[in-house]
Design a binder for this molecule. Structure first.
Ligand code: BG6
Length: 527
């Protein structure tokens, strides 16, 4: 039952859900679920009527309000191009939350969240917008009687990122005495290394790096964070976590969806920029990084940057052997017949944009030298699965071979990020009976079963962290540039389009050519 809390009119009402069976409070495994305190904040969303705001940001804010995780004094301001009244924007917010929230909204919480929402219309390079925004911020502040922290969330087309940042600087909104001002920048952070460097330069001319929060929503996923807990809170894995015991690492982010209505963005981006440059390199960093001295933003990010620097920048001569791209043709995916990529609405029929990319990378350091890291992602593959599979070396001597133990396979640890979040370990076990026949079995931990609570959405965590000023789960300037350093030569090489573009059927396992990246004896896991 929803239970509103009393409070000042500006305060967001708070409710807590009571699951029908065992409540979270009764489940000892949910002890870490309580929320951290967040200082009073005004959140300004630029691009407030866009897809990301509607699908992710507003529902995340609703769920934070629902969990009592927003600050006592919280204000929301939407900025977007079209003229509209505050009430109309509130109605749009409500509609988006009703459509996309992970739980059905409670009327009281919704009202508490939306009743004070303000809307500022205008184009992002118009100084007048920032003057109007300044007035709204001052009004909130006067009511509070103290300076309020500000978070500017840039959820616009990337070409506006530098424009908005510079306008915030010129209109003196980027700093505030006795309060913290932060800017959250969505992806993509540049489309080449040079662009990322230029964007960093322009952003850091206005804001200090400690004010800048570059989003990679994978870092907000519970299961990605759990990788650090898994590695560094368990004594049994870390001694094996190196080239002496690990044979290969395979990271997959397969999707069965196509590109939806995002042709304009996707056709210019492609799979490598869309998922590998950011999310998948972050996953690789989490697998490969050294244990940080402490879990502070700087130390964690220092370790990740070291890994990115240990990955050699691919040369043109190497790319043909370590990178494969492909595009989907018509097929059956996600339960329906679907067109090929070039027949998707908005995609030019001669497009050579890759919808699939696979890489073989190496991390040239003491721990990982010689261990291949295979990475692949694609749209319209057989199903949605995001996982990291760590394959151990085979045992040195197979004493059971005489007994017909055909199924013996090396141990494999699979961290599944989505769906069915969890960890499984493939072990060899004897089949019951008189003969010594071994076959692989799985030991499994499933998030949903052990922790009764539903995981929060990545954006809930990330918005909270940005308001709290904790940058651990955000990408630092040198980190984003290090990611581009690896991907840029491949992007450039593919743009020069050497050779034919491989294809794969929608709904399949991907292109046959991806197999050519693998060492002899290795195989891609079934999607
Ligand atoms: C986004 C990409 O960053 O990540 C999308 O732009 C992709 O193309 C999405 O579909 C995948 O995110 P998730 O959380 O569904 O794995």
């Amino acid at each position: 039952m929803a239970k509103p809390l009393a409070g000042a009119p500006e305060q967001v009402s708070v409710t807590r859900e009571q699951p029908a069976a065992l409540s979270e409070a009764e489940n000892p495994l949910t002890a870490g679920l309580e929320r951290l305190p967040v200082p009073a904040t005004t959140l300004v969303i630029f691009g407030a009527t866009g897809d990301l705001a509607r699908r992710k940001l507003l529902p995340a804010l609703y769920n934070l309000a629902h969990d009592g995780a927003l600050p006592q004094r919280f204000h929301l301001v939407g900025v977007a191009r079209r003229e509209k009244a505050h009430e109309d924007y509130r109605a749009e917010c409500e509609q988006a939350i009703r459509q996309f929230s992970r739980r059905p909204p409670d009327a009281t919480v919704l009202q508490g969240l939306l009743e004070q929402v303000k809307y500022v219309p205008g184009v992002f390079d118009d100084e007048g917008v920032y003057a109007a925004l300044g007035e709204v911020l001052d009004e909130f502040q006067e009511r509070a009687g103290e300076p309020l922290n500000r978070v500017f969330y840039l959820s616009t087309a990337p070409s506006f990122f530098p424009v908005i940042v510079e306008q915030l600087g010129h209109s003196e909104l980027a700093h505030l005495k006795d309060a913290d001002v932060r800017v959250v920048i969505e992806k993509p952070f540049g489309t080449t290394l040079a662009e990322a460097e230029e964007l960093n330069r322009r952003v850091l001319a206005i804001f200090d790096e400690s004010q800048v929060f570059r989003i990679d929503h994978y870092l907000g996923k519970e299961t990605v964070q759990n990788m650090m807990a898994f590695r560094f809170a368990n004594g049994m894995f870390e001694p094996l976590w190196n080239r002496n015991y690990i044979d290969s690492v395979q990271i997959t982010a397969a999707e069965d969806i196509g590109i939806g209505s995002r042709a304009a963005y996707y056709d210019a981006a492609g799979a490598l920029r869309d998922l590998i440059q950011n999310h998948m390199l972050q996953l690789l960093c989490h697998v490969a990084m050294e244990p940080p001295g402490s879990f502070t933003a700087e130390e964690v990010r220092n370790e990740k940057v070291k890994i990115l620097h240990a990955i050699p920048q691919p040369t043109a001569a190497e790319i043909a052997n370590m990178a494969v791209r492909a595009q989907y043709t018509a097929g059956h995916a996600g339960g329906e017949d679907v067109p090929g990529y070039v027949s998707e609405p908005g995609v030019p029929e001669d497009s050579t944009t890759e919808t699939y990319a696979a890489l073989r990378l190496e991390v040239d350091n003491w721990r990982w030298a010689g261990v291949p890291f295979y990475i692949r992602t694609g749209k319209r593959l057989a199903r949605k699965i995001t996982e990291i599979a760590v394959t151990l070396k085979p045992v040195p001597h197979l004493a059971f071979s005489h007994a017909g133990s055909l199924g013996v396979q090396p141990n494999q640890l699979v961290l599944t990020l989505q769906p069915n979040e969890g960890v499984s370990l493939r072990l060899g076990a004897k089949i019951p009976g008189t003969r010594m026949i071994i076959r692989p079995v799985n030991m499994q931990f499933l998030y949903g079963t052990s922790f009764l609570s539903q995981s929060p959405e990545a954006y809930e965590r990330l918005i909270t962290d940005a308001m709290r000023g904790d940058a651990t789960l955000f990408t630092r300037n040198d980190e984003v540039e290090a990611q581009w350093r690896i991907c840029d030569p491949i992007v450039q090489y593919w743009a020069r389009a050497p050779g034919p573009l491989p294809h794969y059927q929608a709904g399949s396992q991907g292109p046959a050519e991806a197999g050519e990246l693998l060492r002899q004896g290795d195989g891609w896991r079934a999607i």
